[in-house]
Design a binder for this molecule. Structure first.
Ligand code: SF4
Length: 251
């Protein structure tokens, strides 16, 4: 980790389990800057520089901008701090903190697409600076407004997440061949469900497919399942957890 900045100073931080998603999404509106300038603010959970730990850019220095608020609750979510809370930052403040020497910027969450209108402005500015932009999304919100220059990493949620009842399929038409679909695998049931998605939508021919195991899953078994499938997909291990430990944050 090179540098970090945590943004947690407002009233809606803290647990909100049991609250309806539509109510949770209002966390973005409750304390929104009320002036005509509101469109120039994003609600940020944390920012930090580290090595990208996942996907096709794994191992590269990367600046992370984690947006606050998520409207779903994956059972294995490793960033519950980002479900609520955060702090409104102006686009200028965000841009000032982006390191010049790091070419890769990951926008993650929380669910970044909850703030897509403002986020789109930020992504255009980063693009004009020459940054490569990765957008990580839970896949349950429409990708329609994401600029074409953004590299998308989209989850399709499997049974262990408890969040399968969303229209992930409608987002497939917005993905480009280099974009990545990530399946988080807790067990064989999840892996079989991933195979179902891949076969139904021909995903490994159309996109890059990531298989990402949860802690505790037998990696040799998972590797064998991948090989037995005869499909071209990438088994990925989260590099940052091997370097800094499974519980380290902002790395
Ligand atoms: S979509 Fe992401 S941030 Fe939201 S609960 Fe799932 S893993 Fe956590």
């Amino acid at each position: 980790m090179i540098e970090s900045k945590k943004h947690t100073d407002n009233a809606d931080s803290g647990a909100d389990q049991g609250i309806e998603p539509s109510v949770r999404a209002k966390a973005l509106q409750q304390d929104e800057p009320g002036s005509a300038e509101a469109g120039k603010f994003l609600k940020i959970s944390e920012t930090y520089s580290t090595l990208q730990g996942e996907g096709s850019h794994s191992g590269l220095p990367c600046y992370f901008i984690r947006l606050a608020v998520c409207d779903i609750r994956c059972s294995w979510c490793d960033t519950p701090d980002s479900w609520t809370g955060g702090q409104w930052n102006s686009l200028e403040e965000i841009m000032e903190d982006v390191p010049e020497h790091i070419g890769l910027v990951q926008i993650t969450g929380g669910e970044p697409l909850l703030q897509i209108k403002r986020l789109s402005i930020l992504m255009h500015r980063l693009h004009e600076m020459g940054k490569k932009i990765l957008l990580e999304t839970g896949g349950h919100r429409s990708l329609e407004s994401v600029p074409a220059f953004v590299h998308i990493v989209m989850d399709i949620k499997l049974p262990s997440s408890g969040e399968t009842a969303h229209d992930f399929a409608s987002n497939l038409s917005y993905l480009k061949p280099d974009d990545e679909i990530k399946f988080v695998i807790a067990d064989e049931t999840d892996f079989q469900a991933a195979l179902g998605w891949i076969q139904r939508y021909d995903l490994t021919r159309r996109f890059q497919v990531l298989i990402s195991p949860l802690a505790g899953l037998d990696l040799k078994k998972l590797a064998q399942w991948v090989l037995d499938s005869k499909l071209t997909m990438r088994l990925q291990l989260q590099l940052h957890k091997y370097i800094w430990g499974p519980d380290a944050r902002m790395v």
